[in-house]
Design a protein around this ligand. Structure first.
Ligand code: NAP
Length: 264
């Protein structure tokens, strides 16, 4: 029998949706490991959770856009005898701008974080996740359902996350492992500032809070859902690309991007 402590690993827990997910998992009694680059923010959240009467989460600062960062995180868990049985892959960022104009390195870093690190952390602990009949919650986005001129690489990374999660959901279901893609619409977090997205860029109708996303995400994940899309307008948005011909979807998304550029 393993002597490792089973824990839930949450990436990108220093802010936004990841911090809300950490509070939600803690509220349901999970022992947590929180990771992101900003250690002070992670420590403050760990203190807050402990002050609420839950076990204080372990904190590991790591840059997950680097291979070294992922390796050091895994090594840190191993040294402390911590074994992920739930992995919440939430860390991610987007960039607004024409792909030809945005810095190539920044777009590749987005792929490293949103796709490579997520895949690594999804696959790395599958034996212990399977053993404990745990699961993997991958934070994708409604962006994963439609191509978007102006955020081409970001939307493509999220399409990857949706596709990977749905396939693994089917592959691992028989082993009692839950894999779920959580697909929020626009949420007011630090995301927009980092992406360079101006206020009012997304239709207000689609907006939600990080707390709601975390609450619905946790509940759907634990019920074994394949996809969780918080909010009826967002659910409708994810259906549209499946009903409307692709060229029309692309024409609409191009029109939105052109309009945003004209407005500066
Ligand atoms: N907000 C939205 O509108 C929205 C909508 C749909 C999906 N999402 C997705 O939700 C997830 C969380 O985003 P958010 O809205 O909560 O944005 P956020 O407030 O900017 O939080 C992003 C989190 O990712 C972490 N992170 C960023 N780069 C990292 C790196 N190189 N290594 C490790 N951690 C890193 C950040 O921590 P540090 O800066 O401390 O590293 C932070 O904790 C992302 O995957 C995003 O794509 C967001």
């Amino acid at each position: 029998m393993s002597s490792e402590q089973p824990i839930c690993l949450i990436t990108g827990a220093s802010a936004g949706i990841g911090a809300a997910l950490a509070r939600e998992f803690a509220r349901h009694g999970h022992a947590l490991v929180l990771t992101a680059r900003r250690e002070a923010e992670l420590d403050a959240l760990a203190d807050e959770i402990a002050a609420g009467g839950q076990a204080r989460p372990h904190v590991f600062a790591a840059d997950l856009a680097t291979r070294d960062g992922v390796e050091r995180l895994a090594e840190g868990l191993r040294e402390r005898g911590l074994e992920p049985v739930y992995v919440v892959n939430n860390a991610g960022f987007g960039l607004l701008g024409a792909a030809a104009r945005l810095k190539r390195d920044n777009q590749l870093a987005m792929i490293d974080l949103n796709m490579r690190a997520l895949t690594d952390l999804t696959l790395r602990w599958l034996p212990s996740i399977r053993h404990h009949r745990g699961g993997i919650l991958n934070v994708a986005s409604v962006a994963g359902f439609l191509p978007a001129p102006g955020m081409a690489v970001y939307h493509a990374t999220k399409a990857y996350v949706v596709s990977l999660s749905e396939a693994l959901h089917a592959e691992l279901k028989a082993d009692g492992v839950h894999v779920c893609a959580l697909c929020p619409g626009p949420v007011p977090t630090g995301f927009n500032a980092r992406a360079g997205i101006p206020a009012g860029y997304f239709p207000g109708l689609l907006g939600g809070t990080a707390e709601r996303v975390a609450r619905e995400g946790y509940a759907g994940f634990m019920r074994g859902r394949r996809l969780v899309v918080p909010g009826a307008p967002n659910r409708a948005l994810t259906l549209l690309p499946r009903l409307v011909p692709r060229p029309l979807v692309l024409a609409y998304m191009s029109w939105r991007w052109d309009r945003a550029r004209r407005r500066g």
